[in-house]
Ligand binder design. Structure first.
Ligand SMILES: [Zn+2]
Ligand SMILES: [Zn+2]
Ligand SMILES: [Zn+2]
Length: 219
């Protein structure tokens, strides 16, 4: 008797292991750095347009410093209508002198805590000038954070030394004299002459707002 053909034929199939198809060697396109997007910003202090690749409100350190000096002096004027106490007056003089001398690089002069401790330990916690308790670290010359350029001072000695470095504005230094006059006018003006002269400028997001609303793409 002839066998009936099976209805179903079962076969076993080898399921091939999943192998990743060998990667075709792909040619990578040459690296082209994304061009930085430059915009023109209006300096909140001097009003000049300048080009930068990131948002900023000032064209320079000098402008940033002048603006903060004006703001500080306006707040002092309003707080002490009959004249500020001597220590505040001194702080104002120092700031103004720095502003006229082209700004003061706070960032460059910021010391790491380890460095502060080193100076403190080396000078025995005392003012190297008079031996009183040390309060402030002075940069002897310029912004270098080398140990040799730093010394511990008390506040009064630091004040005396800082003031001794001030120079009188030269009679024919018209640029500096004009800046001094501008600062004076901006401080005395009843209404802030620039947005960055108002106390609100120090609020969170104020300068960023300025930078976005006072900028344009470069052409
Ligand atoms: Zn400027
Ligand atoms: Zn001292
Ligand atoms: Zn100093």
């Amino acid at each position: 008797m002839k066998a009936e053909p099976p209805i179903y034929e079962f076969t076993t199939v080898d399921i091939p292991p999943k192998v990743k198809a060998p990667r075709k060697p792909q040619k990578r396109p040459p690296y082209v750095p994304r061009p930085k997007v430059f915009r023109e910003y209006e300096c909140a202090d001097c009003g000049q347009f300048f080009t930068r690749d990131r948002a900023t409100a000032y064209c320079s350190l000098v402008c940033e410093y002048v603006a903060s000096t004006v703001r500080y002096m306006r707040s002092v004027d309003r707080r002490y209508p009959d004249g500020p106490p001597e220590d505040v007056a001194e702080a104002v003089r120092t700031m103004k002198a720095h502003a006229l001398a082209g700004g003061y690089d706070k960032k460059a002069r910021r010391l790491k805590p380890e460095r502060r401790e080193e100076v403190w330990a080396r000078d025995g916690g005392k003012c190297v000038q008079c031996g009183a308790d040390g309060e402030e670290i002075d940069h002897i010359n310029g912004s270098s954070s080398d140990l040799a350029n730093l010394r511990l001072l008390c506040r009064p000695c630091h004040g005396v030394i800082t003031r001794s470095r001030f120079e009188k504005v030269g009679e024919d230094d018209h640029e500096t004299k004009a800046l001094a006059e501008e600062i004076f006018m901006r401080v005395k003006s009843p209404e802030p002459m620039h947005e960055c002269d108002a106390p609100e400028w120090s609020e969170r997001g104020a300068w960023q707002r300025w930078a976005t609303t006072h900028s344009r793409p470069t052409t």
